[in-house]
Write a protein that binds this ligand. Structure first.
Ligand SMILES: Cc1ncc(COP(=O)(O)O)c(C=O)c1O
Length: 407
């Protein structure tokens, strides 16, 4: 667009420095290629899904439909206050955390909740500690706030968990925030209650604000126990923003319902940002979300049990595969095997040197789509989601195993 008075010779527009700092999704190239192959009629088995393959339970859908039919189509959702009450009840009964209404903010998915909180508390010069491997969006959200993400490295030997000593050593004068995620995407690691308490002791000593992303709270296996960071020690209640949402627990990813609960000044700041940017979530999605918390939690358990059966099958298969090393996941719905023993080889005629080239070769040669671990901070690994039906998992792992064996 030419500007009167002349901007000739200059770029027509300039992107903000803020957005130029942010990496595009490196996993997108693989999913785009898998999609293209599928469109060409090639039967690709996908292990990329970050969402339950189940449909949203019928009673939740019915509540949203009823809300629509009753005219719940305005800015202020009729069920808005009821949902906040139900979230407060959930946090009290399941997490032993007492929050009042002003301490809870419902947003358009947990991703939005985390974004709002980071924007509310971080800025230029701040550092944010993130255990690695991490969910891909954390570092990018930190950069969008002008702050710097700082990884705390973990590996298979430590079960992909940060130790209290490591955390203590990583905290410096510029550290503003710690982002904790258990059960973890992508590793499936779960911190046991004693381990959460040990980290809480360090955080409380440094008075370090923490985001505890508890979105996979209900997807636990092998007797793993959950403890909310905010409930781990009395001092942590005022130092933690608890994040949760309906996407994973109730198979409601497209509904976009998440929430943050924490100290009132932080929640009010996040609310201000939300009021000026997106406003509240969709009115009838709020009605569905309220129904999910109000009704029996049987469906939730049924889905968990199904994920567990798939997980056990996958662990068993990976343990028998050549050059594949897996820390058995105990939560969420991902397996994150180390496949770096195959780097430096030629697979499907392609030079495999990192997780991205491994995933590309696997897609071409085995017709199996996996997610490269590099963008999660672990280039030796690839992520397999088990949010897929058992027959596809079986077939996909057969193909994967044969492909590796033939290489
Ligand atoms: C660790 C983690 N946190 C948060 C989210 C965001 O979930 P949503 O925005 O759908 O509530 C995801 C989704 O993949 C996730 O894996």
């Amino acid at each position: 667009m030419a500007v009167p008075g002349g901007n000739e010779g200059r770029p027509e527009y300039r992107l903000a420095e803020r957005i130029r700092q942010v990496a595009p999704s490196a996993t997108l190239a693989i999913s785009a290629k898998a999609k293209k192959m599928k469109a060409e009629g090639i039967d690709v088995i996908g292990f990329g899904a970050g969402e339950p393959d189940f449909d949203t339970p019928a009673h939740i859908k019915a509540a949203a439909v009823a809300a629509l039919n009753a005219g719940d189509t305005k800015y202020l959702a009729r069920k808005g206050a009821a949902l906040v009450d139900l979230i407060a009840r959930k946090l009290s009964e399941e997490n032993n955390l007492a929050y009042d209404k002003a301490q809870i903010l419902v947003s358009n998915g947990a991703k939005h909740s985390i974004y709002n909180i980071i924007q509310a508390v971080c800025g230029d010069g701040d550092e944010v500690l993130i255990p690695s491997p991490y969910w891909v969006s954390y570092p990018e959200m930190v950069r969008l706030a002008g702050a710097t993400p700082v990884s705390i490295e973990t590996n298979a030997e430590t079960g992909f968990k940060v130790s209290p000593a490591q955390l203590d050593a990583a905290i410096g004068p510029k550290t503003r925030l710690f982002i904790f995620n258990s059960p973890s995407n992508p590793t499936g690691a779960v911190y046991e209650p004693d381990e959460v308490r040990a980290l809480a002791d360090v955080l409380a000593r440094h008075r370090l604000l923490t985001i505890s992303d508890e979105i996979y709270e209900h997807l636990l296996y092998d007797g793993a126990k959950f403890l909310s960071m905010a409930a781990a020690r009395p001092a942590m209640k005022d130092l933690t923003v608890t994040i949760n949402g309906h996407s994973k627990t109730y198979a409601m990813t497209g509904w976009r319902i998440g929430y943050a609960a924490g100290p009132e000044p932080i929640i009010s700041a996040a609310r201000k940002l939300q009021d000026h940017s997106t406003s509240d979530p969709v009115s009838f999605a709020i009605a569905g979300a309220a129904a999910a918390l109000e009704a029996s939690q049987e469906e939730r358990e049924r889905m968990r049990a199904e994920f567990d059966a798939r997980r056990r099958y996958m662990v068993e298969r990976f343990q028998k595969m050549k050059g594949v090393r897996l820390v058995p996941p105990r939560g969420a719905f991902y397996a994150f095997p180390d496949v770096s023993a195959h780097y430096g080889q030629k697979l499907s005629g392609m030079d495999v040197k990192d997780s991205l080239s491994f995933a590309e070769a696997c897609l071409t040669g085995a017709r199996v789509a996996v997610v490269p671990g590099g963008p999660f901070g672990a280039d030796g690994c690839v992520r397999f989601s088990y949010a897929a039906d058992m027959a596809s998992i079986r077939e996909g792992l057969d193909r994967f195993e044969m492909w590796l064996a033939g290489s």
